[in-house]
Design a protein around this ligand. Structure first.
Ligand SMILES: Cc1cc2nc3c(=O)[nH]c(=O)nc-3n(C[C@H](O)[C@H](O)[C@H](O)COP(=O)(O)OP(=O)(O)OC[C@H]3O[C@@H](n4cnc5c(N)ncnc54)[C@H](O)[C@@H]3O)c2cc1C
Length: 372
């Protein structure tokens, strides 16, 4: 194994939206940053909805035009949630314009490239959790005096004063170090499908069913007439998914392919989201319900305060890290309040809804279903 030590102030692990954005902020501030990304294809080319509030953040990073050019605006949010009829909310009420349906792999490449252009050093590698049984393994990142060592796929060791865990809900770096409160977990089946009507459909649709909900929205990319379809349900569900409900079925016009991609959506947060020489960002800090379409925005808006906290920690100043923790907790609390509201709105009393719509212990604090 070749070992060529390289030194960075900060190593960011995970090149998704959060990792790329925090690497961009750090590099722009003049820090030596290495971004370790494993290039595993976790997000298939289906759409996700990027909140319009993220536009100014993308503008700051100089990537808004490129992202917009590859996205589809979602002008209207339709839902059959409170009852069987469709309710409609136009995007015109947002001062930022419509949300964007983005193709995740493309968004991630654009953001990583922007971080590289700002000076972040991108390397291929899959970092493993440290601590516990992993502590002795040569390929795990491990503490070495006042710094961390992360080994990438080529065997190069990267020494850093601080690590940023931006590995999403896997929390590959921080899971054995920082306490995590998990409020809920949902199983999501995802397809890309052709709509019945070939005309452009710049609207999303959410439809509640007794055991979960369905989501459809335009899927960006070369195939402009495609839809992203997602069915959200319990973890215990089998792969035998009942057919979509009435409005979704009408939009699709034909049966879905039997094979779907499956993802687990975790709703939870790290508390606190930092430790000496370690900061979490994005889903590794706070992960929200996909229904809120706010995970990408959170990843981007936490990047700047996370970078500021990282730089201050390198100087031994914990003030910005404490303020960062307050932001993370505020986002988690706010999200749980909103989630409690929209889950209750269905008025459904089926087991799925009573299980996921638990009583609250206090303002914004749901009873955690699992601690890890
Ligand atoms: C089914 C589903 C649908 C969703 N829909 C939406 C939506 O419409 N709108 C929205 O805003 N949010 C949505 N979300 C949430 C959104 O996907 C996340 O909030 C967002 O991806 C968080 O970005 P991140 O950078 O923190 O993590 P991720 O996007 O998970 O990125 C982490 C990156 O780190 C890399 N990585 C992981 N482990 C390692 C390692 N050990 N070493 C090196 N690299 C590693 C991974 O390859 C990955 O690219 C959805 C989530 C789910 C599960």
């Amino acid at each position: 194994m070749t070992v060529r030590p390289s030194t960075a102030d900060v190593v960011v692990v995970g090149g998704g939206p959060a990792g790329s954005a925090v690497a961009w902020h750090l590099a722009t501030a003049g820090a030596a940053v290495t971004l370790v990304h494993d290039h595993r294809d976790r997000w298939r080319p289906v759409g996700q909805q990027l909140s319009a509030a993220a536009r100014p953040l993308l503008q700051t990073m100089g990537v808004l035009d490129a992202v917009t050019a590859e996205s589809v605006p979602v002008h209207e949010a339709r839902s059959a949630w409170v009852g069987p009829e469709i309710d409609s909310r136009p995007a015109i009420i947002s001062p930022y314009g419509p949300p964007l349906a983005v193709e995740r792999p493309r968004l991630d490449v654009l953001l990583r490239t922007t971080a590289q252009d700002a000076g972040a050093h991108l390397v291929r590698g899959h970092a493993r959790a440290f601590g516990g049984t992993h502590r002795d393994k040569a390929t795990a990142q491990r503490p070495a005096g006042d710094s961390w060592i992360v080994e990438d796929t080529s065997g190069t060791h990267h020494r850093a004063g601080l690590l940023v865990d931006a590995t999403g809900s896997s929390r590959a770096v921080s899971r054995t170090v920082l306490p995590w409160t998990c409020h809920d977990r949902l199983r999501c089946a995802v397809w890309k499908a052709t709509p019945a009507d070939p005309a452009p459909q710049a609207w999303s649709l959410v439809e509640a069913v007794p055991d979960g909900w369905w989501y459809t929205a335009p899927a960006p990319g070369a195939e402009v007439d495609r839809l992203t379809v997602m069915r959200v349900g319990d973890l215990s569900g089998t792969n035998e998914i009942p057919g979509p409900p009435v409005h979704t079925a009408r939009r699709l016009g034909r049966p879905l392919p039997t094979a779907a991609d499956y993802r687990i959506a975790t709703i939870g947060h790290a508390s606190p989201p930092w430790a000496p020489r370690l900061i979490t960002v994005g889903d590794a800090a706070v992960a929200v319900d996909p229904l809120s379409s706010s995970g990408l925005h959170n990843a981007l808006r936490l990047a700047e305060p996370a970078a500021a906290a990282a730089l201050a920690l390198l100087d031994g100043d914990t003030g910005p890290a404490h303020r960062y923790a307050q932001k993370v907790h505020a986002i988690a609390d706010d999200h749980l309040n909103q989630r409690r509201h929209y889950l209750k709105l269905t008025g459904a009393s089926d087991p799925f809804w009573t299980r996921h719509n638990r009583p609250v212990a206090g303002p914004g604090v749901l009873h955690p279903v699992r601690h890890r």
